[in-house]
Design a protein around this ligand. Structure first.
Ligand code: NAD
Length: 234
């Protein structure tokens, strides 16, 4: 813990990579681990383009339910530490796999959202994108002005990330002295690649997670415990 604190204190350039675990203490279920089930469906089976083309109404019901959960959630102390870091450091980039918007709600500004945003919708015919925070959505599946069916503005398993975003994240990581990895199972690619990439580029890697991950062995330090408790101690 002391070593991690020193690295963070002395670094001018830091990247934080977050995953669903940082929002767990705000009451938002993670995909992997306890409480990830909805009506006996696994998230991995619903968050795919195939699931959506098979049954858009089912996938939308699940997203509507997740939007309701997320709408009630508030940022927790873990989110707030990342706001303090952004304010304190010359160079801080937050790279998140989360789609819940809690990092903005907490007050971070420099955020790269690798997997999109659950509060945005995208037309499956004309590709238009727009924000929609209504909870619940009045009609499922929602429609675009052009009449096309809308989909959630998130990146599903098997889909490409928004153009250019991975390059931006990699660039931030290359220039960082510390990569702080919080609440990710580190099994979703290409996001997880940022961890060994940081290591090769010479950054110290600090992982915060209650359980071991495949990237624990890449990390210089693994701090075991919930983000809302560990991050404030750093
Ligand atoms: P994941 O569900 O695969 O893994 C969650 C990780 O968080 C696990 O390693 C778990 O041990 C850890 N964890 C659980 N509670 C924690 C806590 N209190 N503090 C710190 N860590 C904790 O999540 P992932 O790695 O982000 O990848 C899954 C995909 O799921 C991502 O692409 C993401 O877009 C999506 N997702 C997002 C949200 C969200 O926006 N809140 C929620 C669920 C899933």
């Amino acid at each position: 813990m002391d070593q991690a604190r020193d690295w963070l204190r002395n670094a001018e350039s830091i990247v934080a990579l977050t995953g669903a675990g940082i929002s767990a203490e705000s009451g938002i279920p993670t995909f992997r681990g306890d409480g990830g089930l909805w009506r006996n469906f696994r998230a991995e089976d619903l968050a795919t383009p195939e699931a959506f083309s098979r049954d858009p109404a089912l996938v939308w019901e699940w997203y509507n339910w997740r939007r309701e959960l997320i709408a009630k959630a508030k940022p927790n102390p873990g989110h707030r530490v990342l706001v303090d870091l952004e304010r304190a450091k010359r160079d801080f980039t937050l790279v998140t796999q989360n789609v819940d918007g809690l990092h903005e709600a907490a007050g971070n500004y420099r955020i790269l959202k690798l997997h999109g945003d659950i509060w945005r919708l995208r037309c499956t015919s004309c590709n238009a994108e727009w924000p929609d925070r209504r909870v619940p959505l009045p009609k499922l599946p929602p429609k675009c002005q052009c009449g096309g069916m809308a989909r959630p503005g998130v990146v599903w398993f098997g889909e490409a990330l928004p153009p250019g975003i991975l390059e931006e994240a990699a660039h931030a990581v290359e220039n960082s002295q510390v990569l702080l990895v919080v609440g990710t199972s580190a099994v979703v690619y290409p996001a997880a690649n940022l961890i060994p990439y940081a290591k090769r580029a010479g950054a110290k890697v600090i992982e915060v997670n209650p359980t071991e991950t495949p990237m624990s062995e890449v990390a210089d330090i693994s701090l075991r415990g919930p983000a809302g408790e560990i991050l404030p101690r750093l």
